[in-house]
Design a protein around this ligand. Structure first.
Ligand SMILES: NC(=O)c1ccc[n+]([C@@H]2O[C@H](COP(=O)([O-])OP(=O)(O)OC[C@H]3O[C@@H](n4cnc5c(N)ncnc54)[C@H](OP(=O)(O)O)[C@@H]3O)[C@@H](O)[C@H]2O)c1
Length: 480
């Protein structure tokens, strides 16, 4: 732990100094017996220089100090320098979970290179206090970070800061949507300084596989989760090993060859789609992590308030009205429950399409291979356009429910017309009615229009479904 003048204002020393400057009491989590070691920033900079010039390439050097200090003693020393009475100025508050008793680094290898700590504790503390008193407005409004338990502030309209050892994020809620945002220090540089690392579930799946490829292409560090969604300890282990900044859940039971499988495998479907998804959301919440959840829009069907062809789509706040298939039922239940998790971003995907026309999961591939197809306008998701947007949404720490479809609708026949134009001029197909379709499938399917205006507002460049289909799926595969 470095005692740096320009340090995160929610770390112990800056927080106590900022509170003392305001004449406020210094809250100590627990009894203050936890120990930390503090090193003045100039000594750290010197260590970097020594390692740069004298260190061995490939070796690891700990930069630390053997001099440890109890949190209570830090608070007392700060009180002394502000002429405050520690008896009345220190307040013991409830300990926070996972408040580590001690971190200790052996710096002998660095010492062997000739480095040693030069700034004594008292001098470093005085210099740090001097910097803060001379730059009182550097961080802007830090009121939220100075509360005893900043993470517990999770109320609408409030600002929420993680705890001292947590991630550098804050939560801000508005009347219509809630976001986690990375606060920008006043006078500081980019708010996205923190480097990204994604933990992705669904390595062997279609969407999970594409997400990994995208991260590789964009140079974003990522790892696939090894755990099973319903196994809490395996998820905790993944998070502890990988230390991600965000978690993407592209795992779930979708059924093979299609969702009809779920009708005869109900407990397996519940285990992954309900128990599993909720467990992952809960574990992520414990770790202060945002979970980007690939959910489905197949929880709605046209109804009298949203008739087919009306252009009135289902909105994010609408309650699911389609549970005709067991798959959709599990997804609808879980979406309702996930609303209670403010660390979750629910992405309602529908009838996904990609540029890979050989993939049997691709909606274009599916309908071009069926003997007969229904002809109903639907909202759909062009993955080539929308998966990169899901990454942008994670970077912006967007949360809540999002209709994750391209604006507008497209019918089966309109897609197959495009197929004929771009891929195979001789292509023919036959239509059948919903009643006839019902005879060849086990569970009914959802048909609906989703209102994508929330997503379009956030990402104005988002193409309409027909434009996106041409740009991302048909033009790149053009054979005519
Ligand atoms: N494809 C669609 O039409 C569509 C439409 C709308 C929404 N979605 C949603 O988007 C998500 C991803 O879809 P997808 O098409 O990529 O699915 P997918 O190809 O069927 O892949 C599902 C992935 O989930 C993993 N998985 C299943 N159960 C798991 C569990 N209990 N724990 C950990 N991993 C588990 C599978 O791994 P294993 O092979 O190891 O089991 C696989 O990697 C799903 O939630 C799906 O409901 C898909």
């Amino acid at each position: 732990m470095f005692m740096v003048p320009i340090s995160f204002r929610k770390k112990l020393i800056p927080k106590f100094i900022l509170l003392a400057m305001r004449g406020k009491t210094l809250p100590i989590h627990g009894d203050g017996s936890n120990v930390r070691s503090y090193l003045y920033c100039e000594d750290v900079a010197e260590a970097f220089e020594v390692i740069l010039h004298k260190g061995e390439v490939g070796r690891v050097y700990n930069i630390g100090t053997k001099k440890e200090r109890r949190v209570i003693d830090v608070a007392r020393d700060i009180c002394k320098l502000f002429s405050m009475d520690p008896e009345t100025s220190i307040e013991f508050v409830e300990n926070r979970p996972f408040n580590d008793q001690r971190y200790f680094l052996d710096d002998q290898r660095l010492k062997n290179l000739g480095w040693s700590e030069r700034t004594v504790w008292e001098d470093g503390l005085k210099k740090t206090i001097k910097w803060y008193t001379q730059n009182p407005d550097w961080w802007g409004d830090v009121t939220g970070a100075l509360l005893p338990h900043p993470r517990m502030l999770m109320m609408p309209g409030s600002t929420h800061f993680d705890s001292e050892d947590g991630k550098e994020t804050s939560y801000v809620s508005g009347p219509n949507q809630t976001r986690m945002v990375v606060p920008t220090p006043k006078g500081g540089s980019s708010p996205q300084k923190q480097s990204l690392k994604f933990l992705i579930y669904g390595r062997t799946g279609w969407i999970g596989g594409l997400l990994g490829q995208l991260c590789e292409k964009q140079g974003i560090a990522f790892e696939y989760g090894k755990g099973r969604l319903e196994d809490r300890s395996s998820l905790n282990a993944d998070i502890q090993n990988i230390t991600p900044t965000h978690v993407f859940n592209a795992a779930g039971v979708t059924g093979r060859p299609n969702v009809d499988w779920c009708e005869s495998h109900k407990t397996e479907t519940i285990r992954a789609n309900v128990a599993g998804t909720l467990t992952l959301a809960d574990v992520c919440r414990d770790h202060g992590l945002l979970m980007m959840n690939f959910a489905t829009g197949c929880i709605f069907e046209y109804d009298t308030a949203h008739p087919q062809g009306s252009g009135i789509g289902f909105k994010e706040e609408d309650k699911p009205n389609f549970i005709g298939s067991f798959y959709s039922k599990t997804k609808a239940v879980v979406e309702e429950l996930l609303k209670e998790y403010d660390n979750v971003c629910t992405l309602r995907v529908r009838m996904p399409i990609s540029s890979d026309l050989n993939n049997p999961r691709n909606f274009i591939t599916k309908i071009s291979r069926y003997n007969k197809v229904v002809n109903i306008p639907n909202s759909m998701t062009v993955l080539d356009e929308l998966l990169p947007i899901s990454i942008e949404m994670a970077k912006k720490n967007l949360r809540g429910i999002w209709n994750f479809t391209n604006p507008g609708v497209v019918s089966h026949n309109e897609i197959l017309e495009m197929y004929k134009t771009y891929i195979d001029p001789k292509f023919k197909w036959e239509n059948f009615t919903l009643e006839e379709q019902a005879k060849v499938i086990v569970a009914p399917r959802s048909n609906n229009e989703m209102d994508a205006s929330k997503l379009k507002k956030e990402f104005p460049e988002l193409l309409s479904i027909k434009e996106s289909l041409i740009k991302y799926a048909f033009e790149p595969n053009r054979r005519t």
